[in-house]
Design a protein around this ligand. Structure first.
Ligand code: G6P
Length: 447
């Protein structure tokens, strides 16, 4: 790392989220001596890259900074000598997400772009690409940190660390940030006076909270957030805020994450998603319209700050995670963060070499998770199942093994087993075939 001239690369730089990142870097300008920011995209994303890239340049200029902002379709040129590489790409763009959500819903099954059948297909499309990126990094920037935001973030991070061998990978998500803010607000205590311990896997973690006098406040928060008299909110734009069953959350004694709704109250989430499907308003379709509006705004040559409208996306506070992680590694700040990282025994119920999403300080040598131990049986059972599903999905993504893919589908709690699992798998394989070269043999057989 050149101490005074950082080169930061973002793959998927044409994303509408890029202004979040740029804002985050600008906020940390005194901590990060950035020289170059490289935004990389593919030919199909060129127009978006130019629009959002020009806006990034305006933001940097308006902040009075002399950072170079480079836009390129040449990933290798960007990666050369990079210090940090962040990833936020979507293979197949939003149209692929629309299929991920709509094909399962056409059979009355949740698609869900990260955890459900849709998320598994996003993993199938994305994992080979992240492994390619790592191959380039091995050659062009062997000391760089990989900061992964690409969904399904947990599986993609596990593929990078365990299968790509890139130990300097941190997987990030904005969901824990929202839960921390929610706890602080409900308790009326400053967030930095609270101590949080998160544990689980991406979009499937629980947390506990203590105050600065050593009192655990988890049970009180369960009452305040999920109690019978409370109107529950998901605090994520992309998640319908159906209410958890209070008694069940109380029984577990841990605070759930917003995505647990898909498992604990699956029927209500499904009913809502089916309604959206019938109106032609699945989340991906809504996001496509929001994106189009955002890019119209970004075209305005006078716009040189992140517009409020970006908060319509589910990933708000995204930059707080990515940019703070980078600043914390670079300055050994030891900021306490929730990161997808190698388990190494942090959660005793899960394999040593898998990736888990847990709390701990981010040091110059990476994330140092706090020990969590084991889960109560009601959480242990389902998290082990979810991890087995993730490991099987990753294996299928790498090998293109149809049997492994079917197995992963069958054990995913959001996908019914038997004939339905097979029908969905086959339809999705055909729908996404141009992005699934590893499955070409299986696809030819089923077509
Ligand atoms: C949350 C999740 C992200 C996800 C996003 C979707 O923030 O943590 O993993 O990508 O929501 O938001 P969108 O606006 O794309 O539906």
């Amino acid at each position: 790392m050149v101490r005074n001239a950082l080169k930061i690369v973002t793959i998927g730089g044409g994303s509408s989220y890029t202004p979040e990142l740029i804002e985050g870097y600008i906020k940390r300008k005194d901590e990060l001596p950035i020289k170059e920011i490289w935004l990389v995209d593919i030919e199909d994303g060129k127009e978006k890259l130019e629009i959002v890239g020009d806006m990034a340049k305006r933001m940097v200029k308006a902040a009075g900074l002399d950072w170079e902002v480079h836009l390129t379709l040449d990933r290798r040129e960007a990666l050369k000598d990079a210090d940090f590489v962040s990833t936020q790409f979507r293979v197949g763009l939003l149209d692929a997400r629309i299929k991920d959500e709509r094909v399962p819903l056409s059979h009355g099954v949740l698609g869900q772009e990260t955890n459900g059948a849709g998320g598994m297909f996003k993993a199938f499309r994305t994992i080979p690409v992240i492994l390619d990126i790592i191959n380039d990094m091995k050659e062009l920037c062997p000391d760089a940190w990989l900061v992964n935001f690409t969904n399904p973030a947990g599986m993609v991070t596990e593929a990078a660390i365990k299968h790509g061998g890139w130990k300097k990978t941190a997987g990030l998500c904005n969901v824990p940030i929202g839960h921390k803010k929610q706890a602080a607000e409900k308790l009326g205590i400053d967030e930095d006076k609270l101590f949080f311990k998160f544990a689980g896997i991406n979009h499937f973690h629980w947390h506990r909270v203590w105050d600065d006098e050593g009192n655990e406040r988890t049970a009180e928060l369960i009452d305040l957030i999920y109690g019978p008299k409370t109107e529950q909110e998901s605090h994520l734009k992309n998640i319908f805020d159906a209410s958890f069953h209070y008694e069940q959350i109380k029984d577990l004694g841990l605070l759930p994450c917003g995505y647990h709704r898909y498992y604990y109250i699956e029927d209500e989430m499904l009913a809502h998603s089916v309604e959206e499907f019938e109106k032609g308003e699945t989340r991906a379709q809504v996001v496509k319209e929001t994106e189009a509006r955002l890019f119209e705004l970004y075209k305005d040559p006078k716009l040189d700050y992140k517009p409020k409208e970006l908060e319509q996306r589910g990933g708000t506070h995204y930059s707080d995670a990515a940019c703070e992680l980078i600043a914390s590694i670079y300055n050994d700040k030891r900021t306490e963060m929730v990161v997808s990282t190698q388990n190494n025994g942090t959660i005793t119920d899960l394999p040593y070499d898998c990736v888990v999403e847990v709390s701990g300080p981010v040091t110059a040598h990476g994330h140092e998770p706090y020990n969590w131990g084991n889960f109560p049986p009601a959480a242990r059972g389902i998290i082990q199942l979810m991890k087995g599903m993730e490991e099987t999905t990753i294996r299928a993504a790498i090998t293109g093994d149809y049997g492994a893919a079917l197995h992963a589908f069958t054990i995913n709690p959001l996908v019914p087993g038997g004939k339905m699992a097979k029908t969905l798998l086959d339809e999705l394989l055909i729908a996404h075939k141009e992005y699934l070269p590893q499955f070409s043999e299986a696809i030819t057989r089923i077509e």
